[in-house]
Design a protein around this ligand. Sequence first.
Ligand code: SAM
Length: 328
Amino acid sequence: MDVPCVRADRAAGEETRRALAAADALAADREIVVEDDVIYIPVDDADAVPSSFEVVRREVPERETQSTPADVLGFEPSYERLGDVVIVDEDDDERARELAAGIVESDLPVETVLNRASKVQGELRVREWDVLVGESTETTHREYGCEYRLDLAEVYFSPRLATERHRVSSQVEAGECVFDMFAGVGPFVIPAAKRGATAVGVDLNPIAVRYMRENADRNGVADAVTAVEGDVRDVVAGEYADWADRIVMNLPHSADESLDAAVAAAGEECVIHFYDIQHEDDPFGPGERAIRDAAGDAYDVVVENRHEVRSYAPHEVNVCLDVRLVSG
Ligand code: SAM
């Protein structure tokens, strides 16, 4: 029997499945089918599918019963997946262990379950974890056709920003010079290089830089990505003054301290994606003023997009300003 299915690139399968789960559109009684590079994800209700997805009708087998963490636990637990790692966020250790046991007992392909043990902290924005199940905090995460190897105990990485990273990298055109000032394991520079850009990623964290190189290689763009270890303010002054067509500044709370370096790195015309976390009453004002101050008379500043990425905390939002600098 034909049923409605979302057709997507296989590489974006997990991302698509998650978006459909969030829209409560998945058909739990049907199997997902993969054919070559295409994945077909059965849905219960085609009208519930976000309009960005393509819906087709085709035959897919009925699912042999697979148990989910909710089946095992008797309630829907909240967790995130990153490769074969599952992340929970529970203050109560006993409850965290109960969730971990249910998750492992289900049919999810899981090697490690981690509980958040701190906020992201310090200059390197790394979090502490309680390892509830398994041993390794290293995993391989896939999003939008790219694959990232990373160790959550050593580097910053958030799967929640996948859609935002895709929004930015989709704007990159072949031939651009893209400069990521706070590049982590490479989730902006690698998709940019795959679209034909020459990309430079800078990070203070030597382990992130090592993964960025490994990931560039893994994704077939080692020739187009230069990973540089250091404080971006020193790196720009050396080699990358007047270089960039596009700059990514994903260090909310303190990216403003590197705006002078961003202006120095900008070419004749340059788009900056500036991330910030601010009070909901004026989420864009402080960033916009800081960018205009840094640009001074050297550039006209055109704000092309004021984009809310996600809610961060009560009354605080994570935002991105997409700003074009045009040499005055
Ligand atoms: N862009 C990456 C991502 O989306 O996964 C990483 C973003 S993380 C919020 C910020 C990164 O900036 C961290 O990896 C940290 O080590 C790096 N960092 C902090 N201060 C820096 C500086 N002054 N120069 C270069 N990198 C810095």
